[in-house]
Ligand binder design. Structure first.
Ligand code: ATP
Ligand code: MG
Ligand code: MG
Length: 552
């Protein structure tokens, strides 16, 4: 059995099961609108819905909410399924499209009309909006509110037949124009929209509104627990009204709301994400800096890390901004467990070992999991007289507590020897070109254990290492709440991507499979890009640094 989630929705499900409601069934759904890629907020909803059903022996449907004909695209439908599957969501045979139910929804509309519970309004949209009033001002009845049933039937059929242009007529529920909940003031059920639909083509020119369609989709599919975000709290009354007047439904779905995920240093609305893509601020929906599921996948974040993150933040009943540090923490903790260690030098500085026998290569046998011998496995790392170290690991005039290399100082090269910097080779502008060093033959790691040196550096063999492109990704935005700014685009972090083209990686990484993960010693966690890597030349995406180095 799957672990029982601990949150208020699990409590509701348990209480329903204990009371024998819904015949003991638990059916949830994840209902994305196919107008963009999924983001990390959606992943929270996916994990919640699929997790709840799995824990209580139920099932979860994947339903594309495609009631708006103009914004939906097939590319999104494919990408969404791929991402849900990747997150571990298994909908079995229960893949639906809201448009599958257009006939049944229309039949419900006819029934409401027949029963005097809906009418066709032919006023302008502005007038209808003005007449709705507000929370402190009652609405005004439409002059068409009391049309006879037969006239409404005729008008609705003519709307359906295409006799009205867009905006010329709507179907409205007849509820109460002074209802304290403004959403209950004769809400729109259908509107005219002469647009081609990605699945139903030109079969329809009237389309149901969200508040009418959603409860009916849930009911047609036999959903028991319809979980949505808090903004829909006041829509619940209408959800219930629609079901109460179109049933009986068995099971009778109920709507529950939880807090939507908002995350620091990012934006989440699909409209804004689409703008980033369209304006080419990023390379696409799957750019590793995007908060999309596809972007995080390509960055190297795992589905397990997203699940750990979702567990860490829990399911709340009020909205709040989640610290992105929590996502980074979950990502690091997950990668720490699954990433073998290797060495890469991102900005190389040449080091020659003057007392190393000319031409000699020593094959060091270094474990993939230092400190965890029980995991086994090792690779050969060549050591020789010409090496590279990280440029930042050398300083001409180091600060007091410097633990790296400097003139006259000693350091250990990881898994190898202690070296001392004897001479600095400088270019015409005084820039550091190379270092001349000597090594201590008695200091090999594991043998000269007593031999101490300033610090331990990563390194690679100059001739036998492999050139590689390394992409260092950082937060896409420089401020915690880009949404709060006048233009979120202006807050893009200019250093969110730096590409190191001259990087060198140890030879064992030449054959790393696209999609594999490593910790590069002292640098962070890296992922072999599944799109741009070619055999023998992986491209490396930095998923995340080893420690939180962000200071803002
Ligand atoms: P956006 O405003 O980003 O376009 P949306 O709510 O319009 O998002 P949908 O495709 O309609 O996107 O969402 C599908 C499901 O995902 C809904 O059930 C919705 O409640 C949920 N969802 C969307 N965004 C979040 C979020 N930030 N946190 C949690 N759940 C979310
Ligand atoms: Mg939506
Ligand atoms: Mg939306």
């Amino acid at each position: 059995d799957a672990p029982r989630p601990r949150n208020f929705l699990a409590e509701i499900v348990e209480a329903d099961l204990a009371a024998g409601r819904n015949g003991g069934r638990v059916v949830t759904r994840f209902p994305p609108e196919p107008n963009g890629y999924l983001h990390i907020g959606h992943s929270k909803s996916i994990l919640l819905n699929f997790g709840l059903a799995r824990a209580y022996g139920g099932r979860t449907h994947l339903r594309f909410d495609d009631t708006n004909p103009v914004t939906e695209e097939t590319e999104y439908v494919e990408a969404i399924q791929d991402d849900v599957r990747w997150l571990g969501g298994d909908w079995g045979g229960h893949l639906y499209f809201a448009s599958d139910f257009f006939d049944r929804m229309y039949a419900c509309a006819e029934r409401l009309v027949r029963e005097g519970l809906a009418y066709v309004d032919t006023q302008s949209q502005e007038t209808i909006r003005e007449q709705r009033g507000s929370f402190d001002r009652p609405g005004v009845n439409s002059p068409f509110r009391d049309r006879p049933v037969a006239e409404n039937q005729d008008l609705l059929r003519r709307m359906k037949a295409g006799e009205f242009p867009d905006g010329a007529a709507v179907l409205r529920a007849k509820i109460d124009m002074s209802h304290p909940n403004v959403l209950m003031r004769d809400p729109l059920l259908y509107r005219v929209r002469h647009a081609r639909h990605h699945r139903t083509g030109d079969a329809w020119c009237i389309y149901p509104m969200y508040d009418f369609a959603h409860p009916l989709e849930d009911a047609c599919e036999g959903v028991t627990h319809s979980i949505c975000t808090l903004e829909f709290e006041s829509n619940r009354e209408l959800y219930d009204w629609v079901l109460d007047h179109t049933g009986p439904w068995d099971p009778r779905p109920r709507q529950y709301e939880f807090a939507r995920l908002a995350l620091g240093y990012t934006v989440m609305s699909k409209r804004k994400l689409l703008r980033l893509v369209n304006e080419q601020r990023v390379s696409g929906w799957d750019d590793p800096r995007m908060p999309t599921v596809a972007g995080m996948r390509r960055r190297g974040v795992t589905a397990e890390a997203l699940r750990d993150f979702a567990d860490l933040i829990g399911v709340a009943k009020n909205n709040s901004l989640v610290d992105i540090g929590k996502l980074e923490f979950a990502t690091r903790a997950d990668l720490e467990r699954r990433s073998p260690r290797a060495m890469a030098v991102i900005h190389p500085l040449a080091v020659s070992i003057e007392n190393w026998p000319a031409g000699k290569v020593e094959e060091l046998d270094l474990p993939w999991w230092p400190g965890e011998p029980e995991r086994g496995g090792s690779r050969k790392v060549p050591f020789g007289g010409e090496l590279f170290i990280e440029r930042d690991d050398f300083a001409l005039d180091p600060p007091k507590d410097w633990k790296r290399l400097a003139p006259g100082r000693e350091v250990r090269l990881a898994g190898a020897y202690v070296i001392r910097c004897d001479e600095v080779v400088r270019g015409p502008d005084g820039d550091v070109r190379a270092l001349r060093c000597t090594y201590d033959p008695a200091s090999r790691t594991g043998e000269g254990a007593a031999r101490r040196a300033g610090g331990t550096l990563h390194w690679v063999h100059a001739g036998l290492s492999v050139p590689a492109e390394v992409r260092m990704y950082d937060r896409l935005f420089a401020v915690e709440q880009p949404d709060a700014e006048e233009d979120f685009i202006a807050t893009i972090n200019p250093d969110s991507l730096t590409v190191a083209k001259g990087a060198r990686v140890e030879p064992a990484l030449r054959d790393a499979a696209p999609g594999s993960r490593y910790q590069f010693l002292r640098q962070g966690y890296f992922f072999a890009d599944p799109v741009d890597s070619v055999p023998g030349a992986p491209v490396w995406n930095r998923t995340i640094t080893l420690k939180d180095t962000w200071s803002a």
